[in-house]
Design a protein around this ligand. Structure first.
Ligand SMILES: Nc1ncnc2c1ncn2[C@@H]1O[C@H](COP(=O)(O)OP(=O)(O)O)[C@@H](O)[C@H]1O
Ligand SMILES: [Mg+2]
Length: 269
């Protein structure tokens, strides 16, 4: 079994434009039974940037995103082929320890899914499972990640209350704190604002803008305004293909492909 040594944070892949690449995929196909949902997607994600995946419902954004840290493994009958290169190892290879890999490539889902545990235990659960027992380290992690997720001030006196009592927006920020507690390199987010009100969404967006100083973020969103506000790069998904991928401002102002233009103009303003 191959693992990603958590001390070795060096990522050497560069693309032609000399951007530092945190993660890249090469010809990813995903099938559910006999239905192929992703038809060969090759994208490279720049380190410490936010990349938005946009496109109509059913275009394959979630399927592709889930493949990046092998979450499709959990769905019976799913087959993923192609390479997902991360720090010199193919995430999609059988040789990779999936459990360890997900410490480095974390995920936040559309529906906030806090555990039926306290706020404190939600954040420290995985760390403890990985053997961390030192109380000062756990306390410090809880405080730091809640601050980074913009939730600390609201919950610092209620850390031992059930996470199930949090509002949707708070629960989603807790899920982000939980994800970053493992110190991932890469954070995958699937429409994290879908259940949030506008104020919580604005807070979440600010949080992501701050997090990108330390994390590479890949976010699915069907909200064009949101993609425009927070992302550096945008990939447009259409019928299971990544049709166009470029700097966000180019995708929104002068896309090269008509389908992108149609989608973006129809969903902006
Ligand atoms: N668990 C699943 N089982 C079978 N088909 C699925 C499953 N999840 C998604 N699909 C199909 O894969 C295609 C892409 O879906 P999805 O990745 O959810 O798109 P998006 O996130 O862009 O809305 C759709 O045709 C959808 O019906
Ligand atoms: Mg989706």
């Amino acid at each position: 079994m191959k693992t990603y040594d958590s001390e070795d944070r060096y990522i050497k892949d560069l693309d032609d434009g000399k951007r530092e690449i945190a993660l890249s995929t090469d010809d990813i196909h995903v099938s559910y039974g006999t239905h192929e949902a992703i038809h060969g997607v090759s994208l490279a994600f720049e380190r410490f940037k936010i990349t938005a995946l946009i496109g109509a419902s059913g275009s394959g954004k979630s399927t592709y995103l889930r493949s990046l840290n092998r979450m499709n493994d959990n769905i019976a009958g799913t087959k993923v082929t192609g390479k997902i290169m991360y720090r010199g190892l193919d995430v999609n290879s059988n040789e990779v320890d999936v459990y360890e890999m997900r410490k480095h490539i974390g995920m936040v889902f559309q529906q906030p899914n806090p555990f039926a545990k306290s706020i404190y235990d939600n954040i420290t659960f995985a760390l403890q499972r990985h053997g961390e027992k030192r109380k000062d380290v756990l306390d410090e992690t809880v405080e730091t990640t809640l601050k980074q997720a913009g939730l600390w001030e609201q919950v610092k006196d209620d850390l031992h209350q059930s996470a199930l009592a949090l509002s949707g927006g708070q629960a989603q920020r807790l899920c982000i704190a939980r994800a970053i507690a493992m110190k991932p390199d890469i954070l995958l987010l699937d429409e994290p604002a879908a259940v949030l009100d506008p104020i919580s969404t604005a807070t979440l967006e600010e949080t992501l803008m701050e997090l990108k100083e330390r994390y590479t973020i890949i976010i699915v969103t069907h909200n064009m305004q949101q993609a425009g506000r927070i992302s550096d790069y945008t990939a447009f998904f259409h019928l299971g293909n990544a049709l166009e991928y470029d700097e966000t401002r180019k995708i929104f102002t002068r896309p090269k492909i008509q389908a992108t233009e149609d989608y973006v103009s129809g969903h902006f303003g």
